[in-house]
Design a protein around this ligand. Structure first.
Ligand code: PLP
Length: 435
C-alpha cells in the first residue's frame, strides 16, 4: 500500500510523550492510546461542526463524534449558548435545580415506557445502578449479559463466557473478584436456544438480562428482530427484568432509541452520551413501580455529587430539543444511507471484501464480507485492513475512532460535501489497501 503523504504530528507526539508521564498509557481511557491501530494519538485542539483540528493544525472530518455523544456536531451554537447561559449562574450546587426537571420532562413526555428516571454522570454509572435496581427489585442476584456487548467498566460486566453454555463467567479484567464474575452468566448473541436453556435452569436466581439492543462495541452486530422480541417474551415469562443499555443507541437511531426503533419495551433502560450534549451524563429509567425501589423512596441506594449537574442538563436539553425536531432522524438516516451505499457500491464494483453495515446514523466497516451478528463471528475479523485504512484516512483529513471494532457516527451537521469528500478518500484508501 502506498502512503504518499504523512501529516505533521510533532506537537501531538510531544504532548503524548509528556502525557505518558502523567497517565497510564498516556490517556484517560484506553482506546484513545491508538494501541489497536498503532502510531501516536492525535491531541485534539478544537472542534466545530463536523470537523476537528489537532494540535499541529491538521483538519479532519470527524466520524468519531466523541464516541457517539455529538449527534449535532462540535460546538453547536444552540448547545453552546445554553451551556454558557447556565454556567453564568454557577456550575454546581448539589441541590435540586429546575434544569433537571426540564430535561426529565422533555424525555419522559417522549418516551412512554418510562415514568421516572435518575440522572448520573456516566453510562457506566447508569448501568451499574440499573443492575443494582434490578437485583433490589427482584431480590435475585445473578445477571445475564451477552458476549460482544459492552456496558462500561462495571465490575459485574467485565466478564467473559465460561466454558459451558450455562456456566458462570470469568472476569475479563484483573481486579474483578471471581465471586463477582460468578454472578454473571455470559451468553452468545442471537442464540435463542442458549437463552432458553439458561432461563430453564436458573430463572429463580436471575434478576435481569442486560443487552445493547444494537450491539455497537464489537463491530455493529445487528440482531435479528425475532431474537429481540423472543428475548422480551422470555424475560416476561420467566419473571426476569430486561435492561436495554441504550447508552449508544438512545436518541441515536430514534428519539426513543432501539426500543422505539424495534417497538420493544424494556423494563429498565440506561442512557448516556447524546443525552448530555457532550457533557458527562448518564441516566436510568423505568416504570414508577420499579423506580419506587430507588433511594430515598426505596431500599436501593444510589447517589452522586454531580448527578443532574445544571450545566450538563442544559447541554442535554439543548441537544435533545434539536433531536426532537420534525424529520431529524429521517434526514440523518437518509444522509447516512447515501454515504454507506456509495461506498458499498464501489466495493462491490471492484470486488473488494468490505461492507459498511449501518443502522440509523451508525456505521461500521465489516471486512471479509461475512455477516457478523455474534461476537464469535468476529474471531476472523481482519483488523489489519481497518488499521491501514485508518492511517490512510488520517493522512488525508478523515478521522475515525482508532479501532476497527468501533463504529462511526454521522451527525446532523455533516454536509453532503463533507460526506462525499470522505467517501472519496475511503474509496481511494480501500483501493490502495487491496492493490
Ligand atoms: C453501550 C454502552 N454502555 C455503557 C457505556 C459506558 O458509558 P461511559 O463510557 O459513559 O461510562 C458505553 C460506553 O461506550 C456503551 O457503549
Amino acid at each position: 500500500m502506498k502512503i504518499d503523504h504523512s501529516i505533521n504530528r510533532s506537537t501531538s507526539e510531544k504532548l503524548f510523550e509528556e502525557s505518558q508521564t502523567y497517565f497510564p498509557g498516556g490517556v484517560n481511557s484506553p482506546v484513545r492510546a491508538f494501541k489497536s491501530v498503532g502510531g501516536t494519538p492525535l491531541f485534539i485542539a478544537k472542534g466545530n461542526g463536523a470537523e476537528i483540528w489537532d494540535e499541529d493544525g491538521n483538519q479532519f472530518i470527524d466520524f468519531c463524534g466523541s464516541w457517539g455523544p455529538l449527534i449535532n456536531g462540535h460546538n453547536h451554537p444552540h448547545i453552546f449558548q445554553s451551556v454558557v447561559d447556565t454556567l453564568q449562574n454557577g456550575a454546581s450546587f448539589g441541590a435540586p435545580t429546575r434544569k433537571e426537571s426540564e430535561l426529565a420532562k422533555f424525555i419522559l413526555d417522549r418516551i412512554p415506557f418510562i415514568d421516572k428516571l435518575r440522572f448520573l454522570s456516566s453510562g457506566t454509572e447508569a448501568v451499574m445502578s440499573a443492575i443494582r435496581l434490578a437485583r433490589g427489585y427482584t431480590n435475585k442476584t445473578k445477571i445475564v449479559k451477552f458476549d460482544g456487548c459492552y456496558h462500561g467498566h462495571v465490575d459485574a460486566l467485565l466478564v467473559k463466557a465460561g466454558s459451558g453454555l450455562v456456566t458462570f463467567g470469568t472476569s475479563s479484567s484483573a481486579g474483578v473478584p471471581e465471586a463477582f464474575a460468578n454472578e454473571t452468566i455470559v451468553l452468545p448473541l442471537n442464540d435463542l436456544d442458549a437463552l432458553k436453556t439458561c432461563f430453564e435452569a436458573l430463572s429463580n436466581e436471575i434478576a435481569c438480562v442486560i443487552i445493547e439492543p444494537i450491539p455497537a462495541n464489537n463491530g455493529l452486530l445487528l440482531q435479528d428482530l425475532s431474537f429481540l422480541t423472543s428475548l422480551r417474551t422470555l424475560c416476561t415469562e420467566f419473571g426476569i427484568l430486561l435492561i436495554f443499555d441504550e447508552v449508544i443507541s438512545g436518541f441515536r437511531v430514534a428519539f426513543g432509541g432501539a426500543a422505539e426503533h424495534y417497538k420493544i419495551t424494556p423494563d429498565i433502560v440506561t442512557y448516556g452520551k447524546i443525552m448530555g450534549g457532550g457533557l458527562p451524563v448518564g441516566a436510568y429509567g423505568a416504570k414508577r413501580e420499579i423506580m419506587s425501589f430507588v433511594s430515598p423512596d426505596g431500599p436501593v441506594y444510589q447517589a452522586g455529587t454531580l448527578s443532574g449537574n445544571p450545566v450538563a442538563m442544559a447541554a442535554g436539553l439543548a441537544q435533545l430539543s434539536l433531536c426532537a425536531q420534525e424529520n431529524f432522524y429521517e434526514e440523518l438516516e437518509k444522509k447516512t444511507s447515501t454515504f454507506v451505499e456509495d461506498i458499498n457500491t464501489f466495493a462491490n464494483t471492484h470486488a473488494l471484501p468490505v461492507e459498511l453495515v449501518s443502522i440509523g446514523s451508525i456505521f461500521w466497516f465489516s471486512f471479509n464480507g461475512k455477516k457478523r451478528i455474534a461476537a464469535a463471528d468476529q474471531i476472523d475479523a481482519d483488523m489489519t485492513s481497518f488499521n491501514k485504512l485508518h492511517h490512510f484516512l488520517l493522512n488525508r483529513g478523515v478521522y475515525f475512532g482508532p479501532s476497527g471494532y468501533e463504529v462511526g457516527f454521522i451527525s446532523s451537521v455533516h454536509t453532503l460535501e463533507q460526506l462525499a469528500f470522505a467517501a472519496g478518500k475511503i474509496k481511494e484508501g480501500l483501493k490502495a489497501i487491496y492493490q
